[in-house]
Design a protein around this ligand. Sequence first.
Ligand code: SF4
Length: 495
Amino acid sequence: MQEISTFLSKSLFIRGLQCHKSLYLQKYRPELKDAITDEKDKLFSGGNEVGILAHDLFPSGSEVPYEGLSYQEQLELTESLIKQGHHTIYEAAFQYAGVFIKADILHLGKDGWEIYEVKASTAVKDYQVHDAAVQYHVLSGINLPVSKIYLVHINNQYVRSGDIEVDKLFSKVDVTETAKKKQAFIATELKKQRDMLNGNEPVIGIGPHCYDPYECDFKGHCWRDLPKDSIFDIRGRLNNKYSLYEQGVTSMYEVSPEFLSVTQSMQIEANRTKQIFYDHRAVNGFLKNFWYPIYFLDFETFMTAIPTFDGIRPYQQIPFQYSLHYIEHEGGDLKHHEFLARPNTDPREELINKLIIEIPDNACVVAYNKSFEIGVLKILAEQYPQHKKQIDEIIENMKDLMEPFRRKEIYHWQQNGSYSLKEVLPAMLPEFSYDNLDVRDGGMAMQSYATMNQIDDPNEIENIRKALLEYCALDTLAMVKIFEKLKNNDFKESS
Ligand code: SF4
C-alpha cells in the first residue's frame, strides 16, 4: 500500500490545478511520466538563466539554494536570513499548513516584503497569477506582511545595446489585488487536492486540460489506449473532438462528415484508401512561376530569452546556419553552398555577407514555408542596411514550395494531414529520411548549436558540426527532390 502524502509544493499545487490525476500520478506513480525531451530540457534551463539574471533587479541578495539543502534546511536558512536583517533573498523558502513555496525574489521594500515571481514568458498569463496567489496564501498564513506581489516577465520590445539592462529587459506587473482576491479559491482548491490525495486515483478522462496550460507529462500513459488513426490524429481544428471522444468516437473513420472541413475529409479519405491526391493542372501552373538559376535556401536559427548580441530582441530568431542547393540552368548539375557559424561568435554578418555573394542577381530562390526565411532576411536587412537592396531582391524572388501542399493540390496519405517538410519528404520520397540523422529537426539543431557553444572538446564540436551540416543539407536537398518530382509529374492523379 502506498504511503499517503498530502504535502504540496507550489509546483505540485499548480500541477493539481491543471489536473488532479496528474498530481495524483506525480505523487504516487511518477514512473509513469513521459521521458523529458531535449526541447523541454532546453526550455527549463532557459527559464533558470532568466531567473538568475532577474536577481540583478535587486543585486547583492542572499540565496537559499535548492541543491544540497533539504526543505527543512531551506526553511531554516530563510528564517535566519530574515532574522539577520537581509533585505533581499533569492529563492526564499516558506511553509504553511503543509504547503511549501519558494519565492524567486523576496525584497524588503518601504511598505513591507515584496515578492517578485519571475517568468520567461513575454506577457503575464492567467495561470501565473495562481502561482503568485499560492505564495500569498503561505506568507499570510505565517504572518509575514506582504505589501506587493509582482509577476516579472520578459519585455520583448527590449533591444540589447551593450551590457544587458535588467530594468529594461524585465517588465514587472503588480498582481497583488488579483492574488488577494484568489485567496478563497486557493484555500478551497488546496482542500480539494488534499482530499483527492487521500483517496483513490481520480477517474479523469483525457481532454483539453491535457494541454492547458502545459502539455501534461503523463500523456503517454493516459492516451495510450487510443487506436491508430485516432480522432486526435485529425489535423486542424475540430471543435468537438473531445465531446465526440466522450461519446465513444475514438477512430477518425467514425467521425461524421458534417463535423469535418474539406481538408480533414481528404486526410481521412486518403488514410482509408492509402491514396495520393494530385491536382496535375494546379501543380503545373504553380511550377510555371519558377525559373533558372534556381537556389533552394534553408536557414537554421536559434533564439534566447536573454538577447545574446547587440541589436537583438528577446526570442528573436538569429540565423546561424544555411544550406543552399542550386542548379544554374535547366538540366544543369546540382551544386551546394553552406554556412555554419563558428562557436561563440555573432553569426549574422558573416552569414549574410556570404549568402548575398552566393545567390546571384535575379535567381529564383526557393524555400519551404518562405515566411520563415523572409522573416529572418528582413531582420538581417534592418541590421545590415548596406545589404538591404540585395536582401530585398532575394525576398522578391522567393517562391514557396510548400504552397501546393498547403493548398492540398497534392496530398499523400502518409503526410498524416500535415504539410510540413518533415512529413512531406518521407511520404513523397521514402528513400530520403531524417530518421537516421543525429539532428532531425529545427529544435534539435538549435539545441546542438547551443551545446557546441558550451563545450571545448574539438572532436565533439566537429561531430556536432557534421550533424548540423548533414541535417540542414537534407532540408534543401529534400526541396530539390520534391521540386524534381513535381516537375517530372511523377505522381498518379487521383480519380
Ligand atoms: S494526460 Fe490529461 S488526463 Fe492524464 S494526467 Fe495528464 S492532464 Fe490528466
